[in-house]
Write a protein that binds this ligand. Structure first.
Ligand code: NAD
Length: 527
């Protein structure tokens, strides 16, 4: 892997070297040094100006080519993703690979909207002869620091806008899943000008080295604690940081919902990717009137979920194991605490016994005293909280430090939409959840500890471009407010104020005053 610091070498034991499905070894990857991080930034910086000079059409063409290559070589990347995360090949393909070309096309549409020069209309009376355009200028080199839950997908949402804007990029995969990023960087090297996309490998120290090393903007996806550190480091350097952090998504199930679709949807979005999804449904507030039937059906679906333990990824399992032992420990602690505090474990609640596998778990009769309700679990666990009515559900759902997605499940769509708007979240849905995370034109964002970042869509671009206002003035006369100050300037000030308030007569008075002012200014300047 050129300049990647990702060659296979043997050194001490580090994270990311075992397949979590069965613990089988994956080989070791060398981590970058701080000096290599600086060198990677400089290489990307050297390649960036040539890339920025290309037209947006040319850059978009290359972005689409990258997407096509990823989909063409899907078997390769699915194998890597499966090995690093323990998920089945099919699950890796479905969640991170096969929709890649459509995603790139949407990202390009969003890019065209965000990057188009904007002409500003000015009043010919107040600002004669002036043309003003606001342009998007690439920031330079963008660092992208990713977590381990979607080792490819988490890069793509930022890689496209960064490159379409004309930036160079340095990728920093999670130390738990370094291989997917290395594969992506190598492919980028084939598609884009050499050096434009770099990769550095390692843990938080390498993430900090990336921030200190001179990147011009940073996209961070990961935990709240790290997101705060990244924000502080970026603030010290006065570079933009987009931080997208944790979640504890709530679903509200109303008594009038379509129980079959609701159960199937909530089971999927609670257990997808073994619950290691920032927008996984972790809390369900269900109206008492339907609660017994809902939990019965949810438990039936979740009991049928198979956890992959086949290191080849070929088996037909719905979910993988937890990706790493630390995450498994959090899941176990949350479930154990809920059990001890009197919650009912309706299914799961235990490891599978192979690798880092944990059974899909439904916990009923939960309340806010339990971490399974108040903290991010990030595992295959769904907590059910029984409520009197929708108002109680909304109030309790909003009582959270997080707010990414939130959903209301009901057959009354109008009421559902009104209730969904009362959820304090970045993405509010009726009868669905989280799927907009793979849409390139909708902002993925949240409130409170979920962070201020916006991933995807034209609204993500402030991290990738700065705005430049360009003015061309063809006015032959000096501006009437320039030096010197005369009684006509005082009169003009009053006339302008009257103009602002809608006086038509003021426009004529202004023209006369402007003439006098221009003459006075020309006289002073020697004309
Ligand atoms: P993490 O914060 O431990 O690590 C994320 C990345 O930051 C890794 O690459 C890590 O090496 C790096 N890092 C660690 N310390 C750093 C430091 N001091 N400076 C710079 N970089 C540093 O998070 P994780 O455990 O890998 O990911 C799980 C979290 O990510 C969950 O909370 C999940 O909700 C969140 N997440 C959020 C979204 C979203 O869109 N909001 C998407 C995916 C995951």
């Amino acid at each position: 892997m050129s300049s990647s610091g990702a060659e296979v070498v043997s050194s001490g034991v580090r994270p990311g070297q075992q397949n979590p499905a069965d613990g089988s070894p994956l080989g070791e990857l060398r981590w970058s040094t701080a000096a290599e991080v600086t060198a990677a930034i400089e290489k990307a910086r050297a390649a960036q100006p040539g890339w920025a000079e290309l037209s947006l059409d040319a850059r978009a063409g290359k972005a689409l080519l990258l997407a096509r290559r990823i989909v063409e070589r899907r078997a390769e990347i699915a194998k890597i993703l499966s090995e690093e995360t323990g998920r089945s090949l099919t699950e890796c393909l479905m969640s991170e690979v096969v929709t890649g070309v459509g995603y790139a096309k949407g990202a390009i549409r969003a890019g065209r909207a965000a990057l188009a020069p904007e002409k500003i209309k000015l009043s010919a009376l107040e600002y004669p002869g002036k043309k003003v355009v606001v342009e998007a200028v690439p920031r330079g080199v963008i660092g992208i620091i990713a977590p381990w839950n979607y080792p490819l997908g988490n890069f793509m949402k930022s890689l496209y806008p960064a490159l379409l804007s004309g930036n160079g990029v340095v990728l920093k995969p999670s130390e738990h899943t370094p291989r997917a990023g290395a594969w992506l960087a190598a492919l980028c090297n084939e598609v884009f000008p050499p050096g434009l996309v770099q990769i550095v490998q390692g843990d938080g120290a390498i993430g900090q080295a990336l921030l200190a090393g001179g990147v011009d903007g940073i996209v961070f996806t990961g935990s709240v604690a790290t997101g705060k550190k990244v924000s502080v480091a970026a603030a010290e350097r006065l570079i933009p940081a987009s931080v997208e952090l944790g979640g504890k998504d709530a679903a509200i199930v109303l008594a009038d919902c379509d129980l079959v679709r609701t159960t199937a949807g909530i089971a999927f979005w609670a257990m997808h990717n073994c619950g290691q999804n920032c927008a996984g449904i972790e809390r369900v507030y269900v109206e008492e009137a339907i609660a017994d039937r809902f939990v019965e059906q949810l438990t039936k679906v979740c009991k049928a979920i198979r956890v992959n333990d086949d290191p080849s990824g070929a088996a037909d399992a719905e979910i993988g194991p937890l990706q790493n032992a630390a995450q498994l420990a959090i899941v176990e602690a949350h479930v154990e605490e809920a059990r001890q505090r009197g919650a009912a474990i309706l299914c799961g609640g235990a490891r599978t016994g192979k690798g880092l596998g944990y059974q899909a778990t439904v916990v009923d009769k939960c309340d806010e005293s339990m971490r399974v309700v108040s903290e991010e679990t990030f595992g295959p666990v769904v907590a059910v909280i029984r409520v009197k009515d929708a108002d109680e559900a909304i109030r309790r759902a909003n009582d959270s430090r997080y707010g990414l997605n939130g959903s209301v499940w009901t057959s009354n769509l109008e009421r559902g939409a009104a209730l969904a708007r009362r959820l304090e979240v970045g993405v509010a849905l009726v009868n669905n959840h989280a799927f907009t995370g793979i849409l390139p034109e909708t902002p993925w964002t949240g409130v409170r500890d979920t962070g201020t970042g916006v991933a995807a869509s034209r609204h993500a671009y402030p991290t990738f471009v700065r705005r430049r206002t360009v003015v061309v003035d063809s006015n032959k006369d000096p501006e009437p407010f320039w030096l010197p100050s005369t009684p006509e300037l005082t009169a003009l000030a009053d006339t302008v104020a009257q103009l602002q308030l809608g006086s038509l007569g003021a426009a004529f008075r202004a023209l006369g005053l402007i003439k006098k002012r221009v003459a006075a200014i020309k006289k002073l300047a020697g004309g």
